[in-house]
Design a protein around this ligand. Structure first.
Ligand SMILES: [Zn+2]
Length: 319
C-alpha cells in the first residue's frame, strides 16, 4: 500500500482536496463550493466523504496517513477555525476533531499562508532553509514565518499575520475593521486603490483612466506598466516601497535568509520585486545587508495551498 496524505485548502469560494505523496506530487484532486453547505457539520462530512471517494478511485492501494488543512483563521494549536470573516459559519468551529472522528486519522490545521510556507519548506525552494518568510500577495496579504526550522505558530496559533500590521496610522480602512493595515496597500486590491489615488492626484495621461474601479485588475495594471504607463509604474513603485520597508522590519526581527513572494501580484515579476528589494535594502540595518534574498516561490505554478496543507502531516512523519 502506498502512503498518502490528504491536503485540504478551504477558501472563501472553493474547498480543494488533493492526495499528496511524500515527494510533493498531487496525484488526484477534487473541489466543491465551500459555502453550499448550510451547516458546518454537513461541510465537514463532505470533506471526509470526498477524500474517501478520491482514495477509492485510486483502486484501493492507498493508505491514508492523515489530513492537513489550510483555512482562514485556522489555529494550529486548537484545530479550530475562529471568527473567519469570509466563511458563512460564525464563531468557533471544531474542524479537526470532526474530521478525525470521521476518517480516524490525525488531522492538523493552520491558516492558508502558514500552510503554503510549509509547502515551500518540504516541496519547494526552501528545502534545507531554517529561517525564511513566505508572503502571499493575493486579494489580501498572508504570511508564514519559519524560525530555526519550525513554523512559528504562537501562543494561540495565529502568529504571522503580517498583512494586518500597521504601515500608516489612520490609513486605509481594512476588511478586518482596523485602519492602515499593510494589505490595504500591498495586495491586488491595495494596488488598485493606489492607482485610483494616483489618478486623482495628477493630470498624467493614462489608459487606466478608461477603467472603472471594479473592472481594473492587478494584471491590467501590470500590462500597462510594461507598456510604459507612468501611473501604473508609479503604483508598483509605491507598493514595492511599502512592502520593502515592512520587509526590512521583518528582517530586523527574524533575520531570515530568504523572503518568498507568492501569488497574483508576485507574477508581475520585476515590476514588484525590483522596488521591493530596493526599498528593503535602503531600510536594512547595516548588519543585515546582503544577508537576505527576496525571491519568487518555487510553488508558483503548483497548488501551493493543497501541498502546504499536506506538508503539515508529512513533516510529522519519519522518513
Ligand atoms: Zn487589517
Amino acid at each position: 500500500m502506498n502512503k498518502i496524505v490528504a491536503g485540504v485548502d478551504i477558501g472563501g469560494t472553493n474547498t480543494v482536496i488533493g492526495l499528496v505523496t511524500r515527494e510533493g506530487n498531487c496525484i488526484a484532486e477534487t473541489s466543491f463550493p465551500t459555502q453550499e453547505s448550510s451547516d458546518f457539520e454537513t461541510f465537514t462530512d463532505k470533506i471526509a466523504s470526498q477524500a474517501l471517494n478520491l482514495i477509492e478511485q485510486q483502486k484501493g492501494n492507498l493508505n491514508l496517513l492523515g489530513v492537513g488543512i489550510g483555512a482562514p483563521n485556522g489555529s494550529y494549536i486548537t484545530g479550530q477555525i475562529i471568527d473567519a470573516a469570509n466563511l458563512r459559519w460564525k464563531g468557533t468551529l471544531n474542524l479537526c476533531s470532526s474530521i478525525e472522528q470521521s476518517l480516524k486519522v490525525p488531522t492538523l490545521l493552520t491558516n492558508d499562508a502558514n500552510a503554503a510556507a510549509l509547502g515551500e519548506m518540504l516541496f519547494g525552494d526552501a528545502k534545507g532553509m531554517k529561517n525564511f518568510v513566505f508572503v502571499t500577495l493575493g486579494t489580501g496579504l498572508g504570511s508564514g514565518i519559519v524560525v530555526d526550522g519550525k513554523l512559528m505558530v504562537g501562543h494561540t496559533g495565529f502568529a504571522g499575520e503580517l498583512g494586518h500590521t500597521n504601515v500608516k496610522p489612520w490609513g486605509r480602512e481594512c476588511t478586518c475593521g482596523k485602519r492602515g493595515c499593510l494589505e490595504t496597500y500591498v495586495s491586488a486590491s491595495g494596488l488598485r486603490r493606489t492607482v485610483f489615488k494616483l489618478l486623482s492626484l495628477s493630470n498624467e495621461p493614462s489608459a487606466l483612466r478608461n477603467f472603472t474601479y471594479d473592472a481594473i485588475s492587478a494584471k491590467i495594471i501590470a500590462d500597462l506598466a510594461q507598456k510604459g504607463d507612468r501611473i501604473a509604474i508609479n503604483a508598483f513603485e509605491n507598493t514595492g516601497a511599502t512592502l520593502g520597508m515592512k520587509l526590512a522590519d521583518i528582517v530586523a526581527v527574524f533575520n531570515p535568509e530568504a523572503i518568498f513572494l507568492f501569488g497574483g501580484l508576485s507574477k508581475a515579476g520585476n515590476l514588484i520585486f525590483e522596488p521591493t528589494k530596493r526599498h528593503m535594502d535602503k531600510n536594512l540595518l547595516p548588519v543585515f545587508r546582503n544577508t537576505v534574498n527576496v525571491i519568487p516561490s518555487g510553488l508558483e505554478n503548483k497548488n501551493a495551498a493543497v501541498l502546504g496543507a499536506a506538508a503539515l502531516i508529512w513533516k510529522t512523519l519519519p522518513k
